[in-house]
Write a protein that binds this ligand. Structure first.
Ligand code: EPU
Length: 433
């Protein structure tokens, strides 16, 4: 199993280019199931979750070609014939976003069989809201042996009000409603840029969607969708992670190929914590020459501060003067990284959904364990400021969502190396769909 060895203490200097957003790429790949034409996606990040999605779609009979060579960020999907509209437990257990195929499959094939995801390191992760919404659209749902089965001759447009804001739930039902008969109005939708990006692709495919990116989305169902070409938006969480890396190490880094307008809450909070940034339309420069100061933070749905940046922000809080209270409002168990940070010398007290971080504490290198994707990122950040050589085990978590993070960090001066087998040589080869 791969590990990272990181020697802390070097200020990061230079330029880092941001990849396409994993959490936009995954639903866009699932959307290709809605048509028998070819969908071409550009700016696909080379991360493990994309390879898992390729396997998921291929197992159903779709042809998925991950680009290689100079076109390695392009994916071509052709779902002409879907022989097996199923997502197996084997795949869903490694990537919960696999449940995104439920809506498209039932809309396109009239039936779908998808494993229930169960819990994971950050919380329970139920899909009851996806299921309820599909029922509103007229699907018949049964649950058996850990699988959910949905069937409908053709879905019917309906009014759906989400009990709770859910990102992939909004995306799943948005995809399903595009091929439903009649109009659908969805209320209390997730407003994340990834939802708007998916709607952009769907509209290029011939869907009639209005309001994506706001809490009310209106969809006029169509009988058929066509192929399209679409460029995935930049990854705002990867950008946020590099912004914090630059700030923490007292560096000066230009983050290019990003969309600063998707990072308002993150930038605002980091400014409050003393981080200096300037930005253009597609880049952010971070100047980490000022001391950090404590600032409380609550995670919220977009446009609030993202839960996917909570772990990284916690490292900032350990290096800030004063006490910061961090409240996690989205997932019930997303503080696993805190325990590892404490092992590196941080003062963090957990009280339910709140973490009280007392700074500023020098961090010391230790052997630590990555527990999920963003927790791993926070350990990398902590290691970059720790005294000595930190070894981070189970970095396969980070490979799920960060494209070549060690190469990018190295290019701005970080002392980081990977020991063990290197991903993703396999994904770069032509796919045997
Ligand atoms: N929820 C329900 N019922 C549902 C669906 C969700 O109760 O049917 C609850 C969840 O338990 C959670 C809350 O609603 O408490 C929000 O969950 P949401 O459904 O929005 O999360 P998700 O769609 O499963 C996506 C991202 C996550 C990100 C969350 C929150 C993708 C593929 N995943 O997950 O990303 O943390 O939204 O913003 O888009 C990551 O990239 O590391 C990651 C975990």
């Amino acid at each position: 199993m791969d590990k990272f060895v990181i020697r802390g203490g070097t200020p990061l200097l230079g330029t880092v280019r941001i990849s396409g957003a994993k959490n936009a790429a995954l639903p866009c790949m699932a959307a290709a199931l809605l048509t028998d034409d070819t969908v071409v996606l550009e700016n696909i990040p080379q991360v493990r979750d994309i390879e898992t999605t390729r396997r998921l779609l291929s197992a159903m009979g779709a042809e998925v070609e991950l680009g290689y060579g100079r076109a390695h960020h392009r994916t071509t999907i052709q779902a002409g014939k879907l022989s097996t509209p199923e997502a197996s437990y084997e795949l869903v257990k490694t990537m919960r976003a696999s449940t995104l195929v439920l809506g498209p499959l039932v809309a396109r094939c009239g039936r779908a069989r998808v494993s229930l995801p169960g819990g994971c390191a950050i919380g329970a992760r139920p899909i009851d809201l996806h299921i309820k919404g599909l029922e509103r659209l007229g699907a018949k749902i049964t649950q058996d042996h850990g699988y959910v089965e949905a069937s409908a001759k053709r879905l019917r447009g309906a009014e759906i009000v989400f009990d709770k804001i859910t990102v992939t739930g909004t995306e799943d039902l948005l995809m399903a409603a595009t091929l439903a008969e009649g109009d659908t109005v969805m209320q209390n939708c997730a407003r994340e840029p990834e939802v708007a990006d998916l709607a952009d692709l769907l509209n290029k495919m011939g869907a009639k969607i209005e309001g994506a990116g706001t809490s009310t989305i209106r969809i006029r169902g169509v009988s058929k969708l066509r192929g399209a070409r679409h460029r995935i938006i930049p990854d705002r969480i990867e950008a946020g992670t590099f912004i914090t890396a630059a700030a923490l190490t007292g560096g000066d880094v230009k983050i290019t190929g990003c969309d600063p307008s998707h990072l308002d809450a993150v930038l605002q909070k980091l400014h409050e914590a003393g981080v200096k940034t300037t930005h253009s339309q597609d880049s952010i420069r971070v100047m980490g020459d000022k001391p950090l100061r404590a600032a409380d933070m609550n995670t919220e749905e977009y446009p609030g501060f993202p839960t996917d940046m909570q772990a990284q922000y916690m490292v900032v809080a350990t290096q800030a003067e004063g006490t910061s209270i961090i409240t996690e409002n989205i997932f019930e168990n997303r503080f696993m990284h805190a325990l590892e940070l404490v092992r590196m010398g941080a003062h963090i007290k957990m009280e339910g959904r709140r973490a009280i971080v007392r700074g500023r504490t020098p961090l010391g290198a230790a052997a630590v364990l990555a527990s999920d994707l963003r927790a791993s990122a926070s350990l990398v950040l902590a290691a970059l400021v720790a005294d000595g050589e930190t070894i981070i085990d189970r970095v396969y978590h980070i490979d799920r969502g960060y494209e070549h993070i060690e190469e990018k960090l190295k290019s701005v001066g970080a002392e980081i190396r990977r020991i063990g087998e290197m991903f993703p040589k396999k994904a770069a080869a032509p796919a045997k769909a």
